[in-house]
Design a protein around this ligand. Structure first.
Ligand SMILES: NC(=O)c1ccc[n+]([C@@H]2O[C@H](COP(=O)([O-])OP(=O)(O)OC[C@H]3O[C@@H](n4cnc5c(N)ncnc54)[C@H](OP(=O)(O)O)[C@@H]3O)[C@@H](O)[C@H]2O)c1
Length: 309
């Protein structure tokens, strides 16, 4: 197996060997892409798990020639096991594999969940597996373009301190850049990413639908430059990048919006109210709005929120 000297205190699988036998459970959007990245780094992807047609298609595209096997058989043939299953499935899978004696001392395993840390891997750790939590802070749809998205992608990593060198080596090999997260902070970290990335998709889709209702034929053309600039400004300047009626204390405009949305797109009202409330609170907290400007806005939005219930 390993053909390089081991860093002190690490089990054999931690040697950053030239070639690891990698097993991927399962061949979903993330697993198939990380498997492809590990193969590109010179490792040998020897097996993957996944029952659905979607997993089989992804494996055929991104992990060509890799056999699909049951999860315990994937573990049996692997030095490194990539656990890329839905968050709620992870604990049962790791425990089930421990109960059937699938894990071997000296193996490496990492999961890709943002919400979980090392605790969920405890049954494997007790069996002598070197466990890591490596979460790519990136969105994957399972296409070949996802492999390129790994380049310089930040990975939120939790590991025991003595295993950091292994975690770092694996992330760098996949093209990513590690940063360290305490076990206790992972859920908040993940909630932050969901707020930013997943809710952004909903916001964009909602805005596009409203534009379509307003007769705009190509919402993406209208939103593209505006949203790209807003994202760029927001990342660089934070709350100071805010523009629009809340930033100016224009309660009359916000009232008009609420009336129009109630008339033409009532499903969009609660989200508009919630975001406008949070925008106002943040504008007040950062001194962007004075109290006398924010108060009428907050009252208007509170009333709208109660009316929408
Ligand atoms: N997608 C993203 O953008 C993204 C980004 C970063 C991190 N993540 C994390 O990566 C993990 C996987 O997410 P994903 O989006 O790749 O999910 P996904 O596309 O739904 O894929 C899940 C895979 O797990 C397999 N699976 C489900 N239950 C299993 C079990 N009990 N035993 C063996 N295999 C099982 C599925 O196989 P079947 O074909 O049989 O259903 C499928 O291949 C999650 O923890 C997620 O939070 C996702």
């Amino acid at each position: 197996m390993p053909d390089r000297p081991l860093p002190a205190g690490l089990p054999p699988a931690a040697a950053a060997p030239a070639r690891l036998r990698v097993g991927v459970i399962g061949a979903g959007r993330v697993g198939s892409v990380l498997g492809a990245a590990l193969a590109a780094a010179g490792h040998d992807v020897v097996a993957a798990a996944g029952l659905s047609t979607a997993s089989a298609d992804r494996a055929a595209r991104l992990l060509p020639g890799v056999p699909l096997l049951p999860a315990d058989e994937v573990v049996a043939v692997s030095d490194l096991v990539v656990l890329a299953v839905p968050d709620d499935t992870l604990a049962g899978l790791v425990t089930g594999l421990a109960e059937t004696g699938a894990w071997r001392r000296g193996q490496l395993a990492f999961h890709t969940s943002g919400a979980h840390g090392l605790a969920v891997l405890a049954p494997a750790e007790r069996a002598g597996v070197l466990c890591l939590a490596l979460h790519p802070a990136m969105t994957f749809s399972g296409g070949p373009e996802d492999v390129a998205r790994l380049v310089a992608a930040p990975f939120g990593v939790s590991s025991h301190p003595e295993h950091r060198v292994v975690a770092e080596a694996l992330v760098l090999e996949m093209g990513g850049e590690p940063f360290w997260l305490a076990e206790a902070d992972r859920r908040l970290y993940h909630a932050a990413l969901v707020t930013g990335a997943n809710h952004l998709v909903t916001l964009v889709s909602e805005a596009a639908d409203l534009l379509r209702t307003a007769g705009v034929e190509n919402p993406a053309r209208v939103l593209g430059p505006l949203l790209s600039a807003a994202l760029d400004n927001g990342l660089r300047r934070g709350d100071r990048a805010l523009t629009g009626p809340v930033s100016r204390g224009d309660a009359g405009t916000v009232r008009d919006h609420l009336e129009t949305l109630a008339d033409r797109a009532p499903d969009a009202v609660p989200a508009y109210v919630a975001m406008a409330q949070r925008t106002t609170e943040r504008a007040l907290a950062t001194g962007r709005l004075r109290a006398q400007e924010g108060a009428p806005l907050l009252e208007l939005l509170r009333n709208a929120s109660q009316a929408a219930r």
